[in-house]
Write a protein that binds this ligand. Structure first.
Ligand code: AVJ
Length: 319
């Protein structure tokens, strides 16, 4: 089986599992095809979606500090998991370039398109910068890198991507990273913070409905890729944030009863009026929870950075 074929098989198994369970669910990781990537880009430009600007502000404010920590002899490797368009990372790259720090930038992303575009724009801006983009799943690529690179590493995971994981999965994720870290390496990671629930609610249920389209993209994919017949407009986006646990959850909510046939799975699924499909978790954190996750994974917090509006934090960890 090729990589592509096993991904499709995994996707199909997941859909069967999730839509025959009670309550129904689907994973947000399947939102991201080309259309999903584009909708997420639009989300990052929404006034309500504060996360991107907050993290941009943090990196801008502390880039000198971060750069100076890595002025090591013999250079270092800057590895980014889920690089996307690299807008925030470019701030740090610019600083490292200015400070004449020796480094190789290794952006890793599941999207080949993102990696190609990012590499092209970096080559144009800084032709002499050593950029070695890799397409692939985080861990496969990361494992290869740990084998080949003996220089100190700074691993970046921006955007609070970890928030899509429930705590046990997040610990597992951190643990897998820790296993690839040497004592001189650091992990720099974004964690969106607990805050006024209204601010979070609005960030995930924007007025213009981009987030609704983003969420509905899952159903569009099933219609296209598995010959399903979801009446997509009869599923509304619903967001609920629980300030006690810090968990924001996205749902698709059936506003009419319907019967859906997913031909390629030979599966028929019924929805009652007001039945839900749980599609995404966007976990919010505080220092105590981050410290707990880190220690469960054998990591230690070494610095904490916060934006001016106190919405978001980046932490550095060592093993
Ligand atoms: C890409 C996981 C960071 O949860 O904030 C944005 C995805 N979902 N709006 C997030 C998302 C709805 C985003 N992450």
């Amino acid at each position: 089986m090729t990589k592509q074929e096993s991904f499709i098989q995994e996707f199909k198994d997941h859909v069967r599992e999730g839509l025959t369970s009670y309550p129904k669910y689907l994973s947000s990781k399947y939102i991201y095809d080309d259309r999903g990537d584009e909708l997420f880009q639009q989300i990052m430009n929404l006034p309500e979606y504060y996360l991107t600007n907050a993290e941009y502000n943090i990196i801008d404010k502390y880039k000198k500090d971060i750069s100076s920590k890595f002025e090591v002899n013999g250079g270092f490797d800057l590895i980014e998991l889920g690089a996307g368009d690299g807008k925030k990372t470019k701030l740090l790259l610019e600083q490292l370039h200015k400070d004449q720090v020796e480094f190789t930038y290794i952006p890793i992303d599941i999207s080949k398109h993102s990696i190609d575009e990012l590499t092209k724009s970096l080559k144009k801006k800084w032709p002499e910068m050593d950029v070695q983009g890799e397409q692939g799943l985080y861990f496969n690529v990361l494992k290869d890198l740990a084998r080949y690179n003996k220089r100190p590493k700074l691993i970046l995971v921006l955007g609070s991507n970890i928030g899509n994981l429930k705590h046990p999965e997040a610990i597992d994720f951190l643990n897998q990273i820790r296993e690839l870290m040497s004592p001189q390496d650091s992990l720099f990671m974004g964690f969106d913070q607990k805050k006024d629930p209204i601010v979070i609610q609005n960030a995930y249920a924007d007025k213009t409905g981009v987030t609704q389209e983003f969420n509905r993209n899952l159903l569009h994919r099933l219609n296209k890729e598995m010959s399903a017949d979801f009446p997509v407009n009869d599923f509304d986006h619903w967001e609920s944030y629980d300030p006690e646990t810090g968990t924001a959850k996205s749902f698709l909510l059936a506003t009419e009863p319907c019967k859906v046939h997913i031909k390629d799975l030979d599966l028929k699924v019924e929805f009652k009026k007001w039945e839900t499909i749980h599609t995404e978790v966007s976990q919010k954190y505080d220092d105590e929870v981050v410290d707990w996750l880190a220690s469960e994974a054998g990591l230690e917090i070494s610095s904490i950075y916060e934006d001016d509006q106190k919405l978001f934090k980046n932490y550095t960890f060592t093993s």
